[in-house]
Design a protein around this ligand. Structure first.
Ligand SMILES: [Zn+2]
Length: 267
């Protein structure tokens, strides 16, 4: 009898407890964008970031971000930082009561080491990737760079969703759309996120490394195809104008610092 009287209260407490503990794990009601610091790069001479010599002797500190996009139908991690930032990324996910196993989708703007650095953590996620970028990431040349390759080599057996058209609408509702933007690397991509209150945000990968690169249309010295890069600049500008987007130059400190401070999110 006693048990029967207590049981509903106990059950309610358990339900409430379980609900509270998994509040962050429950899918959000709308789309949320989290900016996570995944390292910083002090650059004593930014010359490599422009092939016209404009940055010779320029000093700058670049931010290395990771992003988490939460959607009612799943979570996407976009860019995974440098390998050294593994714990920062795991700690950030933990603050939201998440682990890599909870992340349904992984995508990186491109396979340079400061964007794919911890991608191996997400080998159980679906890797959304441009086929040219995937081929680059698993090329003989990439394999020779053993330390960098190790950070994402586990993706080789991941389930992949290939980006074979100019855009890929991840959840089918136009809120999270990956756009091909080749040039910096063969399969470089940028991400459009449509948020209910904050509007459209474009995460632009390595289209522009320094703040002034965008207006001056500067191309880094390490770049796969210059004409393609210039075409991608045009396409990104057109998309930004059309969607009235907030454009995030991913390595630019002021753009990162203008985002809500983690664990706050843009919604
Ligand atoms: Zn890059």
């Amino acid at each position: 009898m006693m048990f029967r009287l207590l049981a509903p209260a106990v059950a309610a407490a358990l339900l409430f407890g379980a609900g509270a503990a998994s509040a962050a794990k429950a899918p959000p009601k709308g789309v949320e964008l989290y900016a996570i610091e995944c390292g910083k790069f002090p650059v004593p001479d930014a010359d490599m970031f422009s092939d016209d010599g404009a940055y010779k002797g320029v000093q700058r500190t670049l931010i290395v971000p990771c992003y988490l996009i939460r959607h009612p139908k799943g979570d996407l991690v976009w860019d995974t930082g440098v390998p050294q930032s593994k714990q920062m990324l795991l700690d950030a996910l933990k603050q939201l009561d998440l682990t890599p196993a909870d992340i349904e989708f992984l995508s990186v703007s491109h396979s340079h080491f400061d964007h794919i650095g911890n991608a191996g953590l997400f080998a159980g996620s679906i890797w959304v990737v441009d086929p040219d970028e995937r081929a680059t990431a698993f090329s003989e040349a990439a394999r020779k760079n053993a330390a960098q390759f190790a950070a994402y080599s586990a993706l080789e057996t991941s389930k992949a969703r290939l980006i074979e058209t100019p855009t890929l609408d991840l959840f089918g509702d136009k809120t999270v759309v990956i756009h091909q933007a080749p040039g910096h690397t063969p399969g470089h991509t940028i991400l459009e996120v449509k948020l209910q209150d904050a509007g459209t945000v474009l995460l632009t990968g390595d289209l522009w490394h320094l703040a002034e690169s965008r207006a001056a249309k500067r191309v880094p010295r390490f770049n796969f195809n210059r004409p393609d890069t210039l075409k991608s600049y045009e396409a990104a500008e057109a998309l930004a104008a059309e969607t009235k987007a907030r454009v995030v130059r991913e390595h630019v400190m002021e753009d990162f610092e203008a985002m809500p401070k983690f664990p706050a999110a843009l919604k």
